[in-house]
Design a protein around this ligand. Structure first.
Ligand code: PBG
Length: 330
């Protein structure tokens, strides 16, 4: 039962800022943000990424500084991506298993800098380590082979867990990898390491700047359509999520973000589990380009888009705007 106009005037509660604050249904806080960081070799290095204005790769000392910054801003989790030196990339991506690779160094650096006051999320996939830029092992016919890749991803996850990762996040889209990783984590003594699976990850045109950042864009021939999802599919996303949950994922991710909020909403309504979204590099670049062109106010665009993820049902968002947004919110 509801009144009708003029007894009911929906503008009444919008008339003053205190009332708008009182009636706001969705809140965005720094605790909703996951900050992706790109790691590079060396010391004292900051390498700006041209296609991601305002984002840089950092050597480990810079990563430590970002970790302290994140703690001060109330950001709960950092997501790490390595720019593996090209000489260490190979067909099989074996550097992913090296206990002293860039990723492991960065995890330990963060621990040394801020202890366990922040969570570390690590990307599980081979593209930053392969000489062909694919997320897995490529067979003689040029196909990214599923089961052989899963075996390496299990080793990669254990390597990250041993270095101190709190959440492993498989972004590779191989079938069966969540179950295999979960079983290995249990067996090897890491029962509390979480799995946030990139469950519904689409073969998207929005990943370009990320591939620049991890140095795989120039290496990649072709696309990732035999493993990442087709943009037209939503039912299939629900099946992917159901499988990953059944295999032991603690939370699931939808990626990219804004163009796929319908998927976020459907996953949330169907499964009632923690859902995250990745506002990916191309989305970040789009907002920056719009602001630079005078099409909108940067801060307002950032906060409005991030709030949209929460409204759609996300528990949190991976975003390159995390530090800036946390500053605005603080
Ligand atoms: C690859 C991976 C990608 C991203 C995260 N992990 C790119 C890809 O699938 O090619 C993209 C993130 C972004 O664009 O910000 N495992």
């Amino acid at each position: 039962m509801t009144a009708s106009y003029p007894a009911l005037r929906l503008r009444r509660t919008r008339a003053s800022s205190w009332s708008r604050a009182l009636h706001r249904e969705t809140l965005l806080t720094p605790a909703d943000l996951i900050w992706p960081l790109f790691v590079t070799e060396g010391r004292g290095i900051e390498e700006p990424i041209a296609s991601l204005p305002g984002v840089s790769r950092w050597s480990c000392d810079g990563i430590a500084a970002r970790a302290r910054e994140a703690v001060a801003l109330g950001i709960p989790v950092l997501a790490l991506f390595p720019n593996t030196p090209h000489g260490l990339r190979s067909d099989t991506g074996g550097e992913a298993l090296n206990p002293d690779n860039l990723m492991c160094q960065a995890i330990r650096t963060i621990r040394d800098a801020v202890g366990d006051s922040i969570g570390v999320l690590t990307d599980v996939a081979l593209d930053p380590y392969t000489s062909h830029g694919q997320d897995g092992l490529v067979d003689a016919a040029g196909y990214v082979s599923n089961d052989d890749t899963v075996a390496v991803l299990v080793g990669q996850s254990l390597n990250q867990a041993a270095a101190g990762a709190d959440i492993v996040a498989p972004s590779d889209m191989m079938d069966g990898r969540v179950g295999a990783i979960r079983a290995a984590l249990e067996r090897e003594g890491y029962p509390n390491v979480q799995i946030m699976s990139y469950a519904a990850k689409y073969a998207s045109a929005f990943y370009g700047p990320f591939r620049d950042a991890v140095g795989s864009r120039g290496l990649l021939k072709g696309d990732k359509k035999t493993y990442q999802m087709d943009s037209g599919n939503a039912e299939e996303a629900l099946r992917e999520v159901a499988l990953d949950l059944a295999e032991g994922a603690d939370s699931v991710m939808v990626k990219p973000g804004l163009p796929y909020l319908d998927i976020v909403r459907r996953v949330k309504e169907r499964f009632d589990v923690p859902v995250f979204a990745y506002q990916v590099s191309g989305e970040y670049a789009m907002i920056e380009a719009a602001a630079a062109a005078g099409a909108g106010d940067r801060d307002a665009l950032v906060l409005e888009t991030l709030l949209a993820f929460k409204r759609a049902g996300c528990s949190g968002v991976l975003t390159y705007h995390a530090a800036h947004a946390a500053r605005l919110l603080g």
